[in-house]
Design a protein around this ligand. Structure first.
Ligand SMILES: Nc1nc2c(ncn2[C@@H]2O[C@H](COP(=O)(O)OP(=O)(O)OP(=O)(O)O)[C@@H](O)[C@H]2O)c(=O)[nH]1
Ligand SMILES: [Mg+2]
Length: 310
């Protein structure tokens, strides 16, 4: 399929592939932008894939064409909860109007690759109007995915009120909607309690989007419960916050140019002849106590200056 081949080129770091990718992306650009971009995050095993499948089946029935950029089941980060993951989007993967692409195994940050932003554009050009990016809640990945989607949905588990404090709090603050998944069986009342806790706490948080009120909804991805309300909420956001989406997309482009340029500059600098060797030498000196950190940095700075002035 043409889309798969184009995605492979965009994901590749190979110079020749990158050249073709640039050309493809340029040609695709006029046909991009006409989708709802939704990021889905949450701890390993919270039910992201199951939820995406439930949401997918619901929206496909309403006529959507959906592309999923998913966490790679072979990714080292998510090993623990992956048993059977391949089958988890089984229904979805059999649908004609659904496309599922696992993130490339190399260089993934919790399921996000350096190329995911571009992958979204290719999916749009291929006519998909709902794009889902799944990311595992580790490291920086959430912040990065937030920078490429219109709507950010956080899945949590019943009883996870602790997430309101500490490092997880930062992720809660990024969300446009919080869904308590696995609110089924005997977890129902615990889920309702968690819902109350989160609702109360969210009043005290600064709003992530100016005029938007972040809801806390209950769902069971497994039993496909709560999905209709969640989809209604996403559509409401698209209708009411179209200006926010437009300005956010523009800011996101600027963010990514900056991010990718810094990445590029860093890798180019480290490839300057002799620089890596000097860095290793200074490290060695530092570890043996022959040198202070400041002195080592100073030597490296002079080395850099030598490159730039020559
Ligand atoms: N009871 C219950 N189990 C669920 C629900 N949603 C998912 N599960 C189960 O939870 C397990 C993990 O589900 P996944 O969808 O793979 O979770 P994930 O968040 O995508 O996991 P990673 O991609 O590994 O981070 C599976 O055994 C699911 O069947 C739910 O709503 N209720
Ligand atoms: Mg998953």
């Amino acid at each position: 399929m043409a889309l798969s081949r184009a995605l492979t080129l965009v994901e590749s770091r190979h110079d020749n592939h990158q050249k073709i990718a640039v050309e493809i992306l340029d040609r695709c650009l006029p046909f991009t932008g006409n989708s709802v971009r939704v990021g889905i995050t949450g701890s390993p095993g919270v039910g992201k894939s199951t939820f995406i499948e439930a949401l997918g089946m619901h929206t496909l029935n309403k006529g959507a064409r959906m592309a999923v950029l998913a966490v790679d089941p072979s990714s080292s980060i998510t090993k623990g909860s992956l048993l059977g993951d391949k089958t988890r989007m089984e229904h979805l993967s059999r649908q004609e109007n659904a496309f599922i692409r696992p993130s490339p195994a190399s260089e993934t940050l919790g399921g996000v690759a350096h190329s995911t932003k571009e992958s979204i554009l290719l999916c749009e050009a291929a006519g998909y109007d709902l794009i889902i990016v799944e990311t595992v809640g580790v490291g920086q990945s959430e912040t990065l995915v937030r920078e490429m989607v219109d709507f950010f949905l956080l899945l949590i588990l019943p009883g996870s009120g602790d997430d309101l404090q500490g490092i997880k709090r930062g992720i809660v603050e990024l969300a446009d909607l919080i869904v308590i998944n696995k609110s089924d069986g005997n977890r129902r009342s615990l889920a309702q309690e968690t819902q109350r806790d989160f609702k109360r706490a969210l009043h005290l948080f600064p709003p992530s989007t100016s005029s938007w009120t972040v809801q806390v909804l209950l769902a069971s991805a497994l039993k496909q419960e709560g999905v209709t309300d969640i989809w209604t909420e996403i559509q409401k956001y698209v209708e009411e916050e179209s200006e926010t989406i437009t300005s956010r997309r523009a800011q996101q482009n600027a963010f990514w140019l900056d991010y990718r340029f810094r990445d590029l500059a860093r890798s180019k600098i480290l490839k300057l002849p002799g620089l890596k060797k000097e860095l290793d030498r200074q490290k060695e000196q530092l570890m043996q106590g022959h040198q202070s950190l400041t002195a080592a940095l100073r030597v490296l700075e002079q080395e850099l200056q030598r490159h730039f002035s020559s």
